[in-house]
Design a protein. Structure first.
Length: 163
């Protein structure tokens, strides 16, 4: 799957790092979706710029996205619709490929359209919602109470500690 290469190369290493980002949730916190988007963008950019695209990278990229975004949606997304959409967009094609590969006794590829990219759009939507969620919660707290209450953080309310 690496063709004539003896090493994974930087692009494939970034892909594998992305697949393992959920293990770094405690360290990355709300920056995890940004790290996922950045590594996804960079691995493709690097592999095209250095002409090091491989079948391994193509397949690992899709599986890394499925792992990160299904995990993120299941753990952090309050919308049932978006959690279901994540499963359909990433886990659905993987399940279809596995079933068709076993049925045909040969490995099949995940179908990819160069024009329609629902997974990419859903990645951006999930990341944006994750980043905006704290600001929206702080705004709701402010609107509901008229001031930043005891559950509000100083950072969310834009205040600093006394003294």
């Amino acid at each position: 799957m690496l063709e004539d290469r003896r090493t994974l190369g930087p692009a494939n290493i970034l892909t594998l790092i992305r697949a393992n980002l959920p293990a770094l949730q405690d360290r990355l916190g709300p920056l995890l979706p940004i790290a996922a988007l950045a590594t996804d963008f960079l691995d493709g950019r690097i592999s095209r710029a250095t002409a090091t695209q491989t079948p391994f990278g193509r397949d690992a990229d899709f599986i890394a996205d499925a792992a990160v975004w299904n995990w993120h949606a299941a753990q952090h997304e309050p919308s049932t619709f978006l959690r279901l959409a994540a499963a359909v967009v990433w886990a659905g094609p993987i399940a279809a490929v596995v079933v068709s590969s076993f049925a045909g006794a040969a490995m099949k590829d995940v179908p990819r359209s160069p024009w329609i990219r629902p997974a990419a759009a859903l990645q951006v939507l999930l990341a944006a919602r994750a980043l905006l969620r704290p600001a929206i919660a702080a705004r709701r707290d402010l609107d509901r109470t008229g001031f930043c209450g005891p559950k509000s953080t100083e950072k969310a309310c834009g205040t600093r500690g006394a003294g």
